[in-house]
Structures are given as structure tokens and as C-alpha cells.
Design a binder for this molecule. Sequence first.
Ligand code: FAD
Ligand code: SF4
Ligand code: SF4
Ligand code: SF4
Length: 386
Amino acid sequence: MISIKDKSLCCGCSACQAACPHDAIEMRTDVLGFPYPYVDVDRCVGCGLCVRVCDFQKEHVCEPASASSQVTVSAIRNKDASVVASSQSGGVFSALSDEIVRKGGTVYGAVIGDDFVVRHERASTAVECAAFRGSKYVQSDMDGVFRRVREDLQAGKEVLFSGTPCQVAGLQSYIPDRLRTSLHTVDFICHGVPSPAVWKDYVGYMGRYGSVSSVCFRDKSEGGWKIHKESFLYDDGKKRVRETFRVLFYKNIMLRHSCSACPYHLGNRKADLTIADFWGIGEVCPEMDGDKGTSMVIADSDKGRHLLEEAAPSLDIRPLAVSESFLLRKNPNLLRSSKFYKDRERFEREYDRYGFLHVARKWGDMGWRYKAWQLKVFLKNKFGKR
Ligand SMILES: Cc1cc2nc3c(=O)[nH]c(=O)nc-3n(C[C@H](O)[C@H](O)[C@H](O)COP(=O)(O)OP(=O)(O)OC[C@H]3O[C@@H](n4cnc5c(N)ncnc54)[C@H](O)[C@@H]3O)c2cc1C
Ligand code: SF4
Ligand code: SF4
Ligand code: SF4
């Protein structure tokens, strides 16, 4: 049976829980809100299915990046400007999901619930799929999702599942070969997933200004696609724009343990299509640059190429060849895992002990340390190095 002794060896995909025929596995969250499997030994019969289905703990071969290798990618933007505006980069995902629901299929993706918890949901109309647009920079709750995907496939439906590379790998491993023909998967270049517990506390903290009606993790209307700021909309119509979560995210201080040992890099992707922000697009295709957003898409399988061709009429697509060194410079997480901040363990301990405000002041942008750093950067830019 599955047992997690080293947290970096479990991505929390929930495949083991879904696979257990005796419902002996429960996903329990740690201090930061990340789920891990726990086995009820009274129910477990020792069949070993949970261990066999775990893709994350299998041997993975990741070729090291070489400066000369070329990678075939596409720069893509949805032709519908309103879709681009509400998507995180170029809105390619909506074109893919529209195609699946047009054929009577179902789509699974991450939404922000009314309680501001990020979770995976099922959609069967284009209107429902709109809730998947936009990146939610926190690990999504997968409760019951893999089994629902399997039920849809068993009922003969086409299914499109989008998620982190490890969620896709877990699902692919859980779904039997005979059902996989109708399963389409999309992952993204993944920096890592931040803590759901810190997110929950942050939303609670922002509630001191009034009743929050909606949130956006990376609000394009605040300076464009390349700017990353989170926004909170209140019942009274006011909007507050902040950077606290972004600062903690990119400090790599509240990511899941497994994100520092992620095996799903280029050459070991399990999805049919990989989508991402096309950082550096101005260097390789200036006419697709701008502040609206451009997606990068990598087709990892023939099935992915075919789905992209079907969605092509609603997309502006430019095929390109870029070097791995370009990707390493502009979007390194396609080739390697994020390196954790030295205080990752301390952050977790102090968050547990003293709570959100303490860590936001100490490592986020709420305290004097961040203000002092900002002043230093300002002075350096203004007067140069002295
Ligand atoms: C945690 C995280 C880390 C990322 N790291 C990078 C990175 O390092 N480099 C990079 O280029 N891009 C990264 N991305 C992807 C990027 O932000 C955009 O999602 C991508 O460019 C697609 O944009 P789009 O306009 O085509 O799709 P959109 O229409 O915006 O669709 C986004 C898709 O992502 C899925 N999704 C959103 N949030 C989650 C979540 N929490 N868990 C699982 N699935 C989710 C949705 O289901 C949807 O299908 C990351 C996304 C997330 C959620
Ligand atoms: S990685 Fe997924 S399948 Fe493996 S132990 Fe963790 S939750 Fe279970
Ligand atoms: S060994 Fe079998 S019964 Fe026990 S937890 Fe794993 S899948 Fe369930
Ligand atoms: S970095 Fe890897 S382990 Fe972490 S969420 Fe992304 S795919 Fe999963």
C-alpha cells in the first residue's frame, strides 16, 4: 500500500485514491493545505494497486537540455478578443474546449468556487467552460474527479482534461488503455503549485475591506498580459489590486514539496498538448507580441496535433522553431524544476505557529524588508551601482 515517507515523492494527484477498489485511501491536507494519501489499514487488503498507479514515483528519464536542440512550438492567439482578454495568455484552451463540447464531450478544468477554493469541475457547455479560463496559482482540489472522468469515458464520451503535468500523468496512469482513445489531455509549463491554505487566509485577510465577490490571480486588465498582479472585487464595486501572493509564489517559498523534484519536463510530458505563456515572443515573432497575451503550444502527441487542427479555424497560429537555450532563458520550468527558497521549511513552521500575517510581513510584500528591498532596487536603477 502507498505510504508517503518523503513528501517530495507525492504530487497529490489523487490517482491512488481513485484506484483503490476498497475506498481505503483518504486525502488529508498538511499545514499548507496540500493533500497527501492516508490508508485506512482496516479496509486495505494489500492488493498494491495504489502503488502501481502512482506515476510520480516511477522511474523517469529526463534528457538534459542541450543548447543546440530545436523545439517545434506554435505561437497562438484566439481570434476572439474577448476570449483572449479573459484567458491567461492567448486563449488557446477555450478553442480546444469549444471543439470538445461541440462534439458532445465533457471538459474538466480548474475553477474558483464561490468559497474561493480552487477545484476541478466538469463542464459540458461552452458557457460552463468559460470558468476554466485564467490561471489559478494554487493546487486545485481533485476530489472525485478522476472517477468522474472514467465514468464519462465508459459512457462513450470524448473527454478533455486540463491540469498540471502531474495531474495529467496521474490521470493517464489511472485510466485503462482501452478507454484512453477518447481522452484528450492538456497540461501547462508548470512553475509549481502554491499553498491552498495560504491562499485561503489571504482571501480571508482581504475580507477586512468588505465582502469579496470575485478574485483574479493574475489580472490582465491591470497593466496587460506581462504584468502579474492579483485583484479582489468587492460587493460595493470597488477593486483592490495587490502583489502579496505573487511575491510569495515567485519566491518559491510556499510551493508543494514535489515541485522541487518534478519529473515532467520536456521529453517526459504525458499530455497531448502543453500550453504556456509565450515569454520572449517579441524575439522570435514580433508581430505576435503585445500586452493582450500569446500562448505557446507544444504538441506532445498526434492526438494533440489533431485536436489543435480541429480548433484551428478560431485561432491565429504561427509555427516556430525555438532553441532549448531560448526556452531555458524564457520559460525554464519546461526544462527544470523550481529551486526552493532557502527558508521554505522555516516558512512552513512559522506559518503553522504564527499564521498568515506573520509570513506575509516576513517574506511577502507586507513588511519593512520588502519595502527596503524595493527602495534598494529603486536607488540602484536611478543612480547605478556605487
Ligand atoms: C500553477 C500554475 C503554474 C504555471 N506556471 C507556468 C510557467 O512557469 N510558465 C508558463 O509559461 N505558464 C505557466 N502556467 C500556465 C499559464 O499561466 C497559462 O495557463 C497558459 O499560458 C494557458 O493560457 P491560455 O490563455 O491558453 O489558457 P486559459 O484559458 O487561461 O486556461 C488555463 C487552463 O489552465 C487550467 N488551470 C488553471 N489553474 C489551474 C490549476 N491551479 N490547476 C490545474 N489546472 C489549472 C484551467 O483548467 C484551464 O484549462 C502556469 C499555470 C498554473 C495554474
Ligand atoms: S503522487 Fe498521486 S498517486 Fe502517487 S501517492 Fe501521491 S497522490 Fe497517490
Ligand atoms: S493496497 Fe489496495 S486496498 Fe490497500 S490502499 Fe492500496 S489499493 Fe487500496
Ligand atoms: S511542478 Fe510538477 S509536481 Fe509541481 S504541480 Fe507542477 S507538475 Fe506537479
